[in-house]
Design a protein around this ligand. Structure first.
Ligand SMILES: NC(=O)c1ccc[n+]([C@@H]2O[C@H](COP(=O)([O-])OP(=O)(O)OC[C@H]3O[C@@H](n4cnc5c(N)ncnc54)[C@H](O)[C@@H]3O)[C@@H](O)[C@H]2O)c1
Length: 399
């Protein structure tokens, strides 16, 4: 098929490169000209494991084209457009910011080719899209939704081996086009209406942080009770109804999706009409945990007479360079404001504005790394996220 991917971020680029590997012709559009220039030069704008292998392959690269404006594309034979632009939280209105989607749909709605299946991959509630469609004069019933579940750090594998494929829409012709695109996949394809398709996405992104927050509250209770956290979590996770997957403590959860999607899931309902005490308190639990973690680090440092706190890994999780809502950076800011000596140890990511190992001279950096590696070994055998030597406390968020 001829596919257009709008937005070359984590979702758009992984989807488009994966589709090119499957033999489709893929045209990418991004308004960020620097990104497009990089892509034309065969360079990826961010790190995602394995993506470069598929991106750089000549057969794939020759099936892809890169554009920074909508007019430079030949739309005549386009089958499907995947809209993968960002949907951040608008801090003023505390609801999703639709301006990126609006500008994309507005451009595409001007096209003469009305057979194109316009599919929203971005995470967005359909009630928000209704306003967007009204503003740009596009029939909302023609849109299809194909929410994305990939995880940064294993996004390429997730593209080829998804747990499920969800398609939302009301127009059967357009739904069939998507069904055909995905027919070779060995995954259940769930076809439903637009609101259900997005609620599947939003509730998945509610359950996952809920589980992470549960583990973090269990960590606090365990610490308070003087219990052995490793044993406690193992013992609970061995219950087959619970399971030990995705069941480790963290400084708090972050990233580009959970925080904003949890804000939005609470916009799905009128809080005077519906009370969801569990869902509406997950963010609060997470904020509480970040402060608890910072206080833990401070008391360990004080009780052991240590000089500084080293935070390992700048991104919000392993195997990504995505710094959006990174708990490490949030912890750094709190500690730094308190006047604590804190440093970020990340050998891959340069974090401007933060004191990091990259700014140390070679001798100091080497000495820190030589302390770090044996401690990391120690952490592998223990669920705790920190280790101490006679100079510093090293906090490794992914334990
Ligand atoms: N990152 C993830 O792990 C992930 C996973 C599942 C779903 N999602 C959802 O997918 C969507 C995209 O997320 P992302 O992390 O890939 O975003 P991103 O911020 O990495 O990339 C978005 C890209 O869209 C471009 N863009 C913005 N407006 C445009 C326009 N009008 N025309 C063309 N390009 C435009 C931006 O320049 C940017 O390069 C969001 O709704 C997000 O919630 C993200």
């Amino acid at each position: 098929m001829n596919i257009v991917v709008v937005g070359t971020g984590y979702v758009g680029l992984v989807t488009g490169v994966g589709l090119a590997e499957q033999g489709h012709r893929v045209s990418f559009i991004d308004l960020d000209d620097t990104k497009i220039q990089k892509l034309k030069d065969k360079q990826l704008p961010f790190f995602e494991p394995d993506l470069n292998n598929y991106f750089e392959k000549d057969e794939n690269f020759n099936r892809m084209s890169f554009h920074s404006n909508y007019k430079s594309l030949d739309w005549q034979f386009t089958d499907i457009v995947f809209i993968c632009v960002q949907t951040p939280n608008n801090l003023e209105t505390n609801s999703v910011d639709t301006k990126f989607l609006e500008s994309a749909i507005s451009e595409i709605s001007k096209l003469e080719n009305q057979d194109i299946t316009i599919t929203i991959k971005s995470t967005i509630p359909p009630y928000e899209i209704e306003n967007v469609c009204e503003n740009v004069g596009y029939d909302k019933n023609l849109l299809t939704f194909n929410p994305e579940f990939l995880r940064e750090g294993s996004a390429v594998n997730d593209f080829f081996n998804p747990d499920r494929i969800v398609i939302g829409g009301l127009n059967s012709q357009k739904i069939d086009k998507l069904r055909k695109l995905y027919e070779s996949y060995n995954a259940e394809v769930l076809i439903t209406d637009p609101i259900s398709s997005q609620l599947i996405k939003y509730l998945s992104n509610t359950y996952l942080p809920l589980r992470l927050s549960f583990v973090n509250e269990a960590t606090r209770l365990s610490e308070y009770s003087g219990a052995n956290l490793t044993d406690v979590l193992k013992g609970v996770g061995l219950d087959s109804r619970i399971g030990s997957h995705y069941f480790r403590p963290s400084p708090s959860w972050g990233g580009s999706c959970f925080p904003k999607d949890l804000v939005e899931v609470n916009n799905f309902y009128n809080q005077d009409e519906l009370n969801l005490p569990l869902i509406s308190n997950i963010i609060g639990s997470n904020e509480e945990h970040l402060h608890w973690t910072v206080n833990q680090l401070l008391s360990l440092k004080k009780n052991n007479g240590l000089k500084r706190i080293v935070l390992v890994g700048a991104a919000f999780k392993e195997d990504t360079d995505d710094l959006r809502n990174s708990p490490t950076l949030e912890m750094y800011n709190i500690l730094n404001e308190m006047g604590e000596e804190v440093i970020i140890l990340d050998t891959d990511i340069e974090v401007t504005g933060y004191q990091s190992i990259k700014q140390l001279d070679e001798v100091a950096a080497y000495s820190l790394l030589s302390i770090m590696y044996p401690l990391k070994e120690e952490l592998n055998n223990n669920i705790s996220n920190y280790a101490i030597n006679n100079e510093c406390i090293i906090y490794y968020p992914w334990g």
